[in-house]
Each structure stands twice: as C-alpha cells, then as structure tokens.
Design a protein around this ligand. Structure first.
Ligand code: GTP
Ligand code: MG
Length: 215
C-alpha cells in the first residue's frame, strides 16, 4: 500500500524537465544571466558577476518551478567554442540568444551567428527568444532598436545575395520565423527583465512541439 501511495504521489507531483540553451557572442552576458537566474530562483545563489570568467565549454543551471524543471545550458560564445552549439540543438526545448545591446560594433557579427542559428534545421520548430542585454547601460539599444537592427541587417543580406544571384535565402519559413520572433530586454547584471524571460521560457516549452515528440 505504501509503495502504491508513494508511486501515486510521485506521479501526481512529477515535474517535466525541459532543456534551454543560452547562446550568443562572447561577452554578451550569458553566464551573468544564468547565474542571476540561479540566484533569483534557487536557495543557493549563483556566482556574483565579478567571479564570472569567460566560458570555455558550458555551464549548467537548474531551477524548479511549481510545475516544471528548467535546465539551462549556457554555452561559450567565443568563435572556436561556437562549433559545439549544434550538438545541443537536437535535445533542447527552447533557445535563448543573447545580444550585447551596447556593443554596436559587434552587432553584425552577432546577426551572422544568429542567422546561422535560425537556419539550423534541428531547431526549426523550437521556441526562440532574442534578448537585448545590458539595458542598464547608457547607449544600449532598446528592444525595438535591436529588432529593427536585425531586420535591416537581414534585408541587406537578402539583397546582396539576390544581386549575386539566387534568392535561396529568402525562404518562407525563415521570414515567418523572423516576423514572429520575440525580443525582450534585460539587465542580467541587475536582474531586470529576468523573471519575464523565465516566464516566457516556461510557457513556451509547455507548448513546444518537441515536448510532444519526446513524450
Ligand atoms: N552593464 C552590464 N554588464 C553586463 C551585463 N551582463 C553581463 N555584463 C558584463 O559583460 C561581461 C561579459 O559577461 P559574461 O556573462 O561573462 O558573458 P558571456 O556571454 O557568458 O561570455 P562567454 O562566456 O565568453 O561566451 C562581464 O563583464 C559582465 O559583468 C548587464 O546586464 N549589464
Ligand atoms: Mg559565459
């Protein structure tokens, strides 16, 4: 009887676990975000910002919400490390792409990388969130400016590809994805915007196509 009740209790209180990858250029603030999420949601606080070094490989953080567990994978963003990202695409339930909204000079490099992420077939149906980080700093681009900057970059890319012939880039799926792209602002350092991001992830992974595939 005990085992039956225990089994029933475990079944009723079972929490689905979802994997979320956090990617973006080096220095965008991915680890700062992960550690802030840990601090805000766990009893054991994450690392303070001054103890965070550039990521060589990955960092992992887990948080338990009332009805789900989110496992975050913060992947190093340095050029040589980005090659590991696709290894995580097959198993993730959501993708969070972080942009440094202050570093105007590296925005196009960030879009090049983001564009490759968008076109990865393994994550076509997976919820994707674009984050404009460092909103606490003066000179940071707003959410609307970041979205616009990406759209302008993308149009430019399509036009130059067309000029070079072949409009292969301008595919329907990609355009739909960009049109429905969610962009949110935050300060990973101060924690503003972080709860809204976790809520977004929580809601979107529940409805993720991949969830149905894996259950
Ligand atoms: N002002 C400000 N600085 C931030 C914020 N988020 C991160 N930083 C700073 O940006 C720098 C890089 O942050 P990291 O979290 O290490 O960046 P990362 O994206 O993990 O970089 P890699 O591990 O190399 O891929 C650090 O000096 C952080 O303190 C933010 O919201 N505001
Ligand atoms: Mg890092």
């Amino acid at each position: 009887m005990y085992h039956l009740l225990k089994g029933l209790h475990e079944y009723l209180t079972r929490k689905d676990e979802f994997s979320v990858i956090i990617i973006g250029l080096d220095g965008a603030g991915k680890t700062t975000l992960l550690e802030k999420i840990k601090t805000m949601y766990n009893d054991t606080p994450g690392l303070p910002p001054d103890k965070i070094a550039p990521t060589v490989g990955q960092n992992i953080g887990k948080i338990a919400l009332p009805s789900a567990v989110l496992q975050f994978w913060d992947l190093g963003g340095q050029r040589g490390i980005r090659t590991i990202w696709p290894k995580y695409y097959g198993d993730c339930h959501a993708v969070v792409y972080v942009v440094d909204a202050v570093d105007h000079e590296r925005l196009s490099e960030g879009w090049e990388v983001f564009d490759a992420v968008l076109s990865a077939p393994q994550i076509l149906g997976v919820p994707l969130l674009l984050l404009a980080n460092k909103q606490d700093r003066s000179g940071s681009l707003s959410v609307a400016e970041i979205r616009n900057n990406y759209e302008v970059w993308y149009q430019h890319k399509i036009e130059s590809a067309r000029r070079r012939q072949g409009s292969e880039l301008d595919n329907e799926q990609r355009r739909e994805r960009i049109a429905s792209l969610d962009v949110m602002g935050l300060s990973a350092l101060e924690g503003t915007g972080v709860r809204a991001i976790v809520d977004w992830v929580f809601i979107r992974v529940q409805n993720s196509k991949r969830r149905d595939e894996s259950s």
